[in-house]
Design a protein around this ligand. Structure first.
Ligand SMILES: Nc1ncnc2c1ncn2[C@@H]1O[C@H](COP(=O)(O)OP(=O)(O)O)[C@@H](O)[C@H]1O
Ligand SMILES: [Mg+2]
Length: 345
């Protein structure tokens, strides 16, 4: 029996800086949550489609993207296209069943077309035009509809590295979001933009909801994204010159930056949206060559036993344990109970 779309929980990992491990975390946390008995739908809402390319072969991807603009298309764009073009309601698409029972709603480069429509939809929403509401929440409503039909408990959105209109529409309609942070200057600086943008979006959405007719509020983004905190990545993407500061140096700067630039900015809008306790959810190690190997196989890093040289098994086990800890902490912060399929709750 399908679940009520209203009961489906939603989460996005968001940072305006790229290469901080958002997609890798999404894949591995979704797998860890599946181990804990949750049915997770991952939605690739990044027009770059990195998440989709991780899971699907080049052939599958080519067929899928080639047909996505047709009536039988199977990507997230195919689902929302009728609404964006003003030709009809959301179309349900069938998600891909992946390893461990995770479901994938594939991304699409054509999401760029949706992104182009969103500023007008935002303006229309301020003018109380229902077309604006429909378009603003299309991707989110389509994802919830698919999750409900396929009985998922939780949706994880993978988003692109920017504070553009597409991410605004998604972030304003999730229950919760977390910020992955890498140990470098750009990643740190990006946190200020994340906080400032989120606070402004939440404030604007409050206005949009207040002026909307009560009957229309169900179609609007909820505008209540709870900030769960940050996740530090200790791996370093090579960026030209040698890093001059050790990880601890950045780690010490991240905590106050998150507090002052994200938590305090959001608290000013709505104090119920910030964490009660520590702002740090956890951290993730550098898994070196295991990350690209997992990518080639389309598997979580913790599931590489039997697939890689036994010399790596200890690291594989460690990865499994780290993502399990992160997944449990995220679920705890979201107030979601673990069903314990393979977990040890
Ligand atoms: N914990 C990790 N250890 C080693 N490499 C990682 C780790 N997390 C991510 N990577 C690698 O870093 C690169 C960027 O990660 P990705 O998840 O695509 O970041 P984003 O989605 O934020 O752009 C990828 O090549 C990925 O394989
Ligand atoms: Mg990514």
């Amino acid at each position: 029996m399908a679940t009520d779309p209203k009961n489906i929980r939603t989460l996005a990992l968001f940072n305006h800086k790229g290469g901080v491990g958002k997609t890798t975390l999404t894949i591995n946390i979704a797998d860890a949550m599946a181990d804990l008995g949750l049915k997770v739908l991952v939605v690739d809402a990044d027009p770059q489609c990195n998440l989709t390319s991780f899971y699907l072969s080049e052939k599958e991807l080519d067929d899928l993207l080639g047909d996505s603009d047709d009536v039988n298309g199977g990507t997230i764009w195919s689902a929302i296209k009728p609404v964006v073009e003003g030709k009809g309601p959301i179309k349900s698409i069938q998600p891909f069943g992946l390893h461990n029972g995770v479901l994938l709603c594939p991304g699409d480069v054509l999401l760029a077309d949706y992104e182009e429509e969103l500023p007008a939809a935002w303006t229309d929403s301020f003018a109380r035009k229902t077309r604006g509401y429909d378009v603003m929440s299309a991707l989110s409503r389509a994802s919830r509809g698919i999750a409900a039909k396929y009985e998922a408990d939780l949706i994880m959105f993978d988003v692109g590295p920017n504070v553009g209109p597409l991410n605004r529409a998604i972030l304003l309609d999730v229950d919760s979001f977390a910020t992955p942070v890498a140990a470098d200057l750009f990643s740190l600086r990006a946190l200020s933009t994340v906080g400032r943008s989120l606070a402004r979006w939440i404030g604007d959405c409050k206005t949009i909801r207040q002026i909307a007719a009560p009957a229309d509020r169900d179609t609007l983004p909820k505008g209540k994204p709870h900030y769960l905190g940050y996740i530090t990545s200790t791996y370093k993407v090579s960026s030209g010159r040698q890093a001059t500061h050790p990880h601890d140096y950045w780690e010490a700067k991240i905590a106050p930056r998150v507090r002052d630039r994200i938590v305090e900015d959001i608290r000013k809008q709505d104090a119920s949206l910030v964490p009660d306790g520590s702002n740090k959810i956890g951290s993730i190690k550098d898994f070196h060559s295991l990350a690209p190997q997992a990518q080639v196989l389309g598997l979580a890093i913790g599931k590489l036993r039997g697939e890689v040289n036994p010399g790596y098994y200890e690291q594989v086990k460690e990865a499994g344990a780290e993502f399990d800890t992160l997944a449990r902490e995220i679920l705890r912060r979201m107030g979601i109970k673990i069903k314990a399929k393979n977990g040890h709750s």
